[in-house]
Design a protein around this ligand. Structure first.
Ligand SMILES: [Zn+2]
Length: 226
């Protein structure tokens, strides 16, 4: 049996126009687009996105507005959530980094630490479960990792259904343990906004209609470098 965690991401329709200056004490509504800039991001779909650099016409300071799912952080919010889920399921920072690396997403141990602590600093009452004890991988980007659960090894795969839906599949569970495990992981999955379902072995893991390119990846004219 398998547990499948499904993440749905916002449709990145573009970069919103800011209504006012974000700096405390200013709050001006007079802002002007100064530049379209490229931002490198750690993600499995987009390696770079476009951001808009604005200037406030009252205080003179500049700020950037990012597309949905991207912030000032170097790691996309969807990668952050997958990393946080693996940590909440019991893996150490180093084990999370090794599993992500095997699934094709490179974050070093300290970057996983930063993602977890930055996220949990704004979330109250989160209790981590010690479900997965260790991780084993064959190598970078091999497409699969193994996590130890109750003395056995379960397989972990990441399925990317375009830019709007990702699924994390945990396979190798026994039929009489899958429901109890699902009850324990559902509160953790809700923290990262993932839905959990049970799928039999051999059934295909389907997502919504494939959409590989997203609006935030599309090249725009007149862009500059950071
Ligand atoms: Zn201002």
């Amino acid at each position: 049996m398998r547990l499948v965690f499904t993440f749905h991401w916002d449709d990145p329709k573009g970069i919103p126009h800011p209504t006012r200056c974000p700096y405390p004490g200013c709050n001006s509504t007079q802002v002007r687009l100064r530049q379209v800039v490229k931002k490198l991001v750690r993600d499995a779909v987009c390696e770079e996105v476009w951001a808009h650099r604005y200037q406030c016409l009252v205080c003179g300071r500049t700020f950037r507005v990012y597309p949905s799912g991207v912030s000032r952080a170097h790691t996309s919010q969807r990668v952050q959530k997958v990393a946080l889920l693996l940590y909440l399921l019991g893996l150490s920072y180093g084990a999370v980094a090794r599993v992500l690396d095997a699934l094709g997403i490179y974050l070093c141990k300290s970057q996983v630490y930063g993602v977890v602590h930055n996220t949990l600093a704004h979330t109250q009452g989160v209790r981590r479960e010690s479900l997965f004890q260790r991780a084993r991988v064959s190598g970078p980007s091999c497409g699969m990792a193994a996590v130890q659960y109750g003395g056995r090894w379960l397989s972990v795969r990441l399925h990317i259904h375009g830019s709007r839906c990702w699924t994390v599949e945990v396979s190798g569970l026994l039929p009489d343990e899958v429901q109890s495990l699902r009850q324990r992981v559902e509160p953790l999955a809700s923290i990262v906004g993932a839905q959990v379902r049970t799928v039999g072995e051999g059934s295909p893991i389907r997502g919504p209609k494939q959409r590989v390119k997203s609006a935030i990846c599309a090249p725009l004219p007149g862009g500059g470098d950071l």
